[in-house]
Design a protein around this ligand. Structure first.
Ligand SMILES: [Fe+2]
Length: 189
């Protein structure tokens, strides 16, 4: 099946990301593409991209670059489903296709010396992202956050473009002041 809007997005996102060595420039170049991609979501999202699970939010792979330089997921959030506190070690651009996605940020207070202990985080603000909204983040310093949907809201579906295959990320234990790397599962498209 041909999906022109998705193919064009992948081609343009690949080209723009290769031109931008700096992650902050990269998300500036890619955020408008995501804004347009949301409008086209119905032309390429298939039933398998809407898979969900009572066990937790569900990551459905849409595209994974052969050189692992870019990946795109449709994530489905049922009411009450949240990520752990995490970062990505990569830039990312997120667009909301359905529902309201909530992102609660954390601010790192202790200097990052690469250690996995003695990490002090303070809770920051929250953003509520409706259908059509685009947000982005860059690493170094890492953007640490919790994303999800409160129990009282309905399902949310969002598109997530990252600067690498997002098969693992750091999760933080705020009380223990630690972080560790975990592998994260996804459904193949
Ligand atoms: Fe995230």
């Amino acid at each position: 099946m041909t999906v022109p809007a998705l193919d064009a997005f992948i081609a343009e996102a690949t080209a723009r990301s290769r031109l931008q060595a700096d992650a902050a420039d990269c998300v500036l170049a890619l955020a408008p593409l995501m804004l347009d991609l949301i409008d086209q979501a119905r032309t390429f999202l298939q039933p398998q991209h809407y898979r969900s699970s009572a066990a937790g939010y569900t990551r459905n792979l849409i595209f994974d670059a052969p050189d692992a330089s870019l990946s795109l997921y449709a994530i489905v959030w049922l009411p009450g489903q949240w990520t752990p506190v995490h970062d990505h070690g990569s830039w990312g651009v997120v667009g909301v296709v359905e529902g309201v996605l909530e992102e609660r940020s954390y601010v790192r207070l202790s200097p990052d010396r690469g250690a996995d202990e003695e990490i002090d985080l303070a809770r920051g603000g929250t953003v509520l992202l409706r259908h059509g909204a685009v947000t982005s983040f860059v690493p170094n310093p890492d953007h640490i956050h919790v994303t999800g949907v409160p129990m009282e809201r309905s399902r949310a579906v969002s598109l997530h473009l990252y600067g690498r295959t997002m098969s693992n990320f750091n999760i933080y234990d705020v009380a223990a002041r630690t972080r560790r790397r975990i592998e994260v599962a996804h459904n193949e498209s």
